[in-house]
Design a binder for this molecule. Structure first.
Ligand SMILES: [Zn+2]
Length: 137
């Protein structure tokens, strides 16, 4: 089974779909939906501003003990930039997973919308893993 990935990361929900073309269609749909969400871009800007703000505050605070501003700036820039990339990637992946779960449910695959638990064979739509009361498939 070929591994269909979303922006380079594995999406465990896709294991529930046997057909590779269908898995690709689900990922494509999730990407389209993500781009259409203004709140996602807003959150990325907020993350970015928070991390830059943190880096500025830390560099001002640490300058007293570390007299080399270029070194401090380089380290904080690296950590801050890495943090932004990680947060953005994590957010995108979580959003994509939720969209894919909704799509799977719409196609009749019983899966918990909140946590992704496989509800096949479960007598009720209530998730035994996280307790979320899913609407019936
Ligand atoms: Zn759940």
């Amino acid at each position: 089974m070929a591994d269909v990935r979303f922006l380079g990361v594995r999406i465990p929900e896709l294991d529930l779909v046997d057909d590779e073309a269908e898995r690709k269609a689900l990922v494509k749909h999730a990407l389209r939906r993500l781009h259409a969400r203004p709140t996602l871009w807003l959150r990325m800007i907020v993350f970015f501003v928070l991390i830059i703000g943190f880096a500025v505050v830390m560099s001002i605070t640490l300058r007293r003990w570390l007299p080399d501003p270029a070194f401090v700036g380089g380290v904080l820039g690296g950590v801050g930039g890495g943090g932004v990339m990680w947060l953005v990637g994590w957010t995108l992946r979580e959003e994509a997973r939720r969209i894919i779960r909704e799509q799977l449910r719409a196609r009749g695959v019983p899966i918990c919308i909140r946590c992704g638990y496989d509800l096949r064979g479960s007598p009720t739509p209530k998730c035994p893993e996280c307790g979320f009361d899913n609407p019936p498939v």
